[in-house]
Write a protein that binds this ligand. Sequence first.
Ligand SMILES: NC(=O)c1ccc[n+]([C@@H]2O[C@H](COP(=O)([O-])OP(=O)(O)OC[C@H]3O[C@@H](n4cnc5c(N)ncnc54)[C@H](O)[C@@H]3O)[C@@H](O)[C@H]2O)c1
Length: 458
Amino acid sequence: MNNNILCIGAGYVGGPTMAMIAYKCHDINVTIVDINQERIDAWNSDELPIYEPGLEEVVKSRRNKNLFFSTDIEQGIIDNDIIFVSVNTPTKTFGHGAGYAADLQYWEKCARHIREVANSDKIVIEKSTLPVRTAAAMARILEHGSKNTVFTVLSNPEFLAEGTAIDDLQNPDRVLIGGSQTEQGKFAIEKLAAIYGRWVDDEKILRTNLWSSELSKLTANAFLAQRVSSINSISALCEKTEADVSEVAHAIGADKRIGSKFLKASIGFGGSCFKKDILNLVYICETYGLTECADYWRQVVIMNEYQESRFVARMLKAMFNTIAGKKIAILGFAFKADTGDTRESPAIKVCKELLQENAIITISDPQALKSAKRDLADVENLENIVFEADPYKATEGAHAIALLTDWRNYKELDFKKIYETMEKPAFFFDGRNHIDSDMLYDIGFNVYTIGQTEKTHI
Ligand SMILES: NC(=O)c1ccc[n+]([C@@H]2O[C@H](COP(=O)([O-])OP(=O)(O)OC[C@H]3O[C@@H](n4cnc5c(N)ncnc54)[C@H](O)[C@@H]3O)[C@@H](O)[C@H]2O)c1
């Protein structure tokens, strides 16, 4: 068995994780394959298909040395004995479990492809986030081949966060490797652990059984999302009672048992994973007849959707119950700062709801305008949307600003200058509590932050 690595799926996870392995292990050849030719061409070009701070340096330092991007999946399977599968596992949109269960068609195609092409023993590693007990299905598919090749399935879920992926990969809180407790399983676990061990301390490399590993990934995302929804539910109460959610968050976060991280009230979570993974968890609970558990986790998603709608309702109410024909500048469309990813971004829902009210929206974002155009391509009144990279131009003549992504450079904007070019009264709706609200109020804005009483001049 050779030490060469193949990764099937060159996306937000496959690209950065494999680039990091190549960066840390110069003696291991790492090949990333994908069915999407355009994506592979971009990985091989000067303009990488995803934006992630620090990624470009890592990729360019190892590309065509021990890091390769290709569409030749078959050759990849033949040449490499360690195979990561990092394809997308979106929420199913059809049939049983539609709207909840994970769509495993891409993942299953990969398993069958590996089985058909492999002619030597392979370690097959689930990198994608998958429902608990998927590895059993994967093993069954792989074992039903006609050749004598031995396949060992491991689960190695990825915990990186977009926007900080390179740092997360260099200094992970933990690396999780799940495998069966047979000799063969233990051998595979240690082989993978040795690769991470090149730069991660052994006590941070957790070895578990397969099912714990698969379920830990879903659980981690559910807990993170739950914290966001918990503080957001309190933010709604703060707006009614004159309590201030940032003071409440600070006060409760000082308790070590609660901890201060991930307690910032906002317009809500987005990204490709949180919602999908919780809904998947809900589906799994229901499958096992655990209705109360399913309902508990479903509520996290319901709260998130409520927070997005509540934001638009507050805008509408503040602006005299009509925004038809009014220009609204959207600052930030990505689901979080430091990424161009807009999957499940709250901005999508906010913009669609504003368009339904016949507002004219101008969308600005340093990295996500291309994706924003794609996300809004199907709206009816497309003529009411302007895409503008320059935030000063985007806000010119606007009645209101809605800040939806906490890009650092927004803190450095000259809001006095912006205020002067806007229609009056000028409104500022801060969906991330990102800009100093007292400063905005002193300039003249009517300011609405999440979980705080509005500061208005009218
Ligand atoms: N994005 C994140 O922050 C993140 C973090 C942790 C885990 N995950 C999980 O990792 C997995 C991948 O997520 P992503 O964001 O990288 O997805 P992505 O959509 O960016 O990338 C998946 C890639 O797989 C390719 N693909 C699909 N079927 C294929 C096949 N049969 N052969 C070859 N390539 C194929 C697609 O063309 C695509 O480029 C998902 O299960 C996700 O839940 C994502």
